[in-house]
Design a protein around this ligand. Structure first.
Ligand SMILES: Cc1ncc(C[n+]2csc(CCOP(=O)(O)OP(=O)(O)O)c2C)c(N)n1
Ligand SMILES: [Mg+2]
Length: 292
């Protein structure tokens, strides 16, 4: 049970905001001796309307491009001061992580800074109006990948960001979901206690951008995991570690509850597209051994 959150209530997140829950769970796992750096994005905007802040730990707003570089500097400065116990954490959106800030993440991981990089993954650039990012799943409609007569929405699969960080030699890379808070908290504890650059990607449903009822955030998150569209796993020193096992549900169960996928159920060849999405889920089951 979280008794007093290090993310104060009264911020301006939407009711049912997945990223707000992600931030709350991350702080629960990391504890008070932490410094958080965040680039522009929904979480930063709704928690830090000047001169207020919802963060009960020090929080630094970076540019979109460079939270990993700012965190590297903080970690180096703390090291010089002999304060290596303080957790240096980035909490950034998927647009900042998968696309615009990827260069500075690569540099920080290459240099081997002792930082934990958290991506709250709401699968689009939400703060500027639901534009497609490298994390947007196949066939999701966004304002820059709209579904229409000639389109089924986003034509590209989701970028495999965890694999990119594993390839950097990170000692700890994990995925998680806000639907499973204890798992998020434990993974953040592990990541912050692990020396070196660590990465956790937390699936954080966005009721405003995915179009579902604000009371359904946890259920939507759970369905992403249970359909194998969001595999939850750990990679420790490059080897697959603990995997969240599932009794696999059909992908329709997840797609049907979000209006960003509505066209799959109304357009003529929607069934063929749903079959392709089922194949993405089945490939995840095989790759991570999710079933059994
Ligand atoms: C260099 C730069 N480009 C664009 C923007 C405008 N911008 C601000 S927030 C945002 C969306 C952020 O998306 P994401 O990182 O996924 O976080 P989310 O809003 O979805 O939580 C964009 C494009 C900016 N601030 N800086
Ligand atoms: Mg986003």
């Amino acid at each position: 049970m979280i008794t007093e959150s290090l993310l104060a209530p009264g911020h301006r997140g939407c009711a049912g905001c997945g990223p707000a829950l992600a931030a709350k769970f991350v702080l629960e796992g990391a504890g008070k001796d932490s410094i958080v750096c965040g680039p522009t994005g929904c979480l930063e905007v709704f928690t830090t309307p000047y001169p207020e802040s919802a963060w009960r730990v020090p929080y630094i707003h970076s540019l979109f491009e460079n939270p990993a570089a700012v965190a590297s500097g903080i970690e180096t400065a703390l090291d010089a001061l002999g304060k290596s116990d303080t957790n240096v954490i980035v909490i950034a959106g998927d647009g900042a992580t998968f696309d615009i800030g990827i260069r500075s993440i690569s540099g920080a991981f290459e240099r081997g800074h002792d930082i934990t990089y958290i991506c709250y993954d709401n699968e689009a650039y939400m703060n500027t109006g639901i534009q497609r990012s490298g994390a947007t799943p196949y066939d999701a409609a966004t304002t820059t990948s709209p579904a229409g007569d000639a389109s089924f929405g986003n034509p590209r699969p989701k970028k495999d960001m965890p694999a990119i960080l594993v390839a950097h030699g990170s000692p700890y890379v994990a995925t998680a979901s806000i639907a499973y808070p204890k798992d998020v908290i434990n993974k953040v504890k592990t990541a912050t206690e692990t020396k070196g650059p660590t990465y956790i990607q937390i699936h954080a449903p966005c009721c405003t951008g995915w179009y579902f009822e604000s009371s359904e955030t946890i259920e939507v998150g759970r369905l992403a995991v249970q359909t194998a569209l969001y595999p939850v796993f750990e990679s420790v020193n490059g080897e697959l570690g603990k995997v969240h096992k599932i009794k696999q549900k059909p992908v329709e169960d997840y797609l049907r509850v979000q209006r960003r996928f509505k066209h799959l159920f109304t357009k003529d060849s929607g069934k063929d597209e749903i079959a392709k999405i089922q194949e993405i889920a089945d490939a995840n089951v095989r790759k991570y051994g999710l079933v059994g």
